[in-house]
Write a protein that binds this ligand. Structure first.
Ligand SMILES: Nc1nc2c(ncn2[C@@H]2O[C@H](COP(=O)(O)OP(=O)(O)OP(=O)(O)O)[C@@H](O)[C@H]2O)c(=O)[nH]1
Ligand SMILES: [Mg+2]
Ligand SMILES: [Zn+2]
Length: 370
């Protein structure tokens, strides 16, 4: 029935030729070859040669309650999950195989990366933020939205998903000395990429293009009102709704309410997300310990397995602080993230996020030696 194996048909290298043949069309952002959509051999090799020819790879662009929008080489489609699934099983950015005639998803391809968090409150289910992304733009502003705890948690999220984090610091035009803010962000981690900008300045925005090239996908996360949708509009030429200028107006409500995938002028894709009020990481301890690997490695060397790193004998962390091997501030940040159960919540009446106030109770029990 098949004229040729689907794997061959969809291999990235064969698509390069098709792309070259269509050079004229590629200059317009509406043309979507699979490679333009972010397709690569990683996905192509997941397709067996005996899979039916009428099944088409598509990329999920929006997830609704009952259905999803997706993009394919021939344009936009509306898709339905399989009967045993819900749309919550899909992330914006997912690659699926679907029947274009019925709109039925047949399966989801293995993800290159996925950003997950727990649903809000005590709900133990995980929520998918975005999939198959290369870079995470952690968007914050030169104002009260700049919170070290939040940036740390988003960095841990990126580390856990193994995607490259970039801190995008907007609203540099609203402060006298933006370099002070940029330095504060850069001080968080020695190799951290920080881009400070005024989103209205097209020249400054070109500094983000390196992560937005053809075949690449970026997701943006951050509090409400930090300028994510404004960035999207500038990078894509779209007119996604943005918040009012006054931060008071956007406080307490989200202008963007759904996650969505959009083509940017530089050729890649960007996922806009609603402002995050609360963040509980999914398996976040791994991300935190990867972000603070120097501190986590030391903690593993303490004499007691459940060392609180305060005054126990044989505490490798206290020893490292005393001899200047690690910075106490860095240790405090690591400990704070663990103590707060990997959870930050922006209370509805608050202008800025604050750390939860629960403190880990000290165990009166005997310490366990390693
Ligand atoms: N002065 C200044 N204002 C900005 C900048 N970036 C964004 N804004 C303004 O900030 C407000 C909020 O921007 P949005 O893009 O809607 O913020 P958002 O992060 O998408 O917010 P949610 O969708 O609620 O998550 C808008 O009025 C923007 O014009 C900037 O660099 N400088
Ligand atoms: Mg928005
Ligand atoms: Zn210790």
């Amino acid at each position: 029935m098949l004229q040729y194996p689907l794997r061959m048909k969809l291999s990235a290298s064969s698509l390069i030729n098709r792309r070259q043949e269509r050079t004229e069309e590629i200059v317009t952002v509406n043309i979507q070859t699979l490679m333009d959509l972010g397709w690569s051999d990683f996905y192509a090799q997941q397709i067996a040669s005996d899979e039916a020819d009428q099944i088409v790879p598509m990329r999920i662009s929006t997830v609704h309650r009952v259905n999803m929008n997706a993009l394919a080489e021939d344009g936009a489609h509306t898709l339905l999950p399989q009967v045993h699934q819900s749309t919550g099983d899909f992330a914006v950015g997912d690659w699926v195989l679907a029947d274009p005639k019925t709109g039925q998803v047949l399966r989801t391809l293995e993800r290159k990366s996925v950003l997950k968090r727990y649903a809000s409150g005590s709900d133990s289910r995980s929520q998918l933020i975005a999939a198959n992304i290369d870079t995470l733009f952690i968007v914050t502003s030169c104002n009260d939205d700049f919170k070290v705890e939040w940036i740390d948690l988003f960095l841990a999220l990126a580390h856990d998903a193994e995607v490259y984090p970039v801190v995008v610091l907007t609203k540099t035009d609203t402060v006298h000395n933006p370099n002070d803010w940029i330095s504060r962000a850069k001080a968080l981690s020695p190799s951290l990429e920080v881009i400070g900008l005024d989103t209205a300045d097209a020249l400054q925005l070109t500094r983000l293009e390196e992560w937005c090239q053809s075949g690449k996908t970026v997701a943006m996360v951050g509090s409400s009102g930090v300028g994510k949708s404004t960035l999207l509009n500038e990078l894509s030429g779209l007119s996604q709704a943005t918040g009012e200028l006054s931060s008071k107006v956007v406080q307490g409500r989200h202008t963007t309410t759904t996650r969505s995938l959009h083509r940017v002028k530089a050729g890649g894709w960007i996922i806009d997300t609603p402002g995050i009020r609360g963040l509980r990481l999914y398996d976040g301890a791994r991300g935190i310990d990867s972000l603070f690997n120097d501190v986590a490695d030391l903690a593993n060397q303490c004499h007691f397995r459940d060392c609180s790193h305060e005054n126990e004998p044989g505490c490798a962390i206290q020893a490292a602080i005393s001899n200047g091997t690690i910075d106490i501030e860095r240790f405090n940040r690591w400990q704070k993230l663990h103590q707060n159960g990997l959870q930050l919540q922006k209370r509805s009446h608050e202008a800025t996020p604050s750390l939860g106030d629960q403190k880990r109770k000290k165990k009166p029990t005997q310490k366990k030696r390693r």
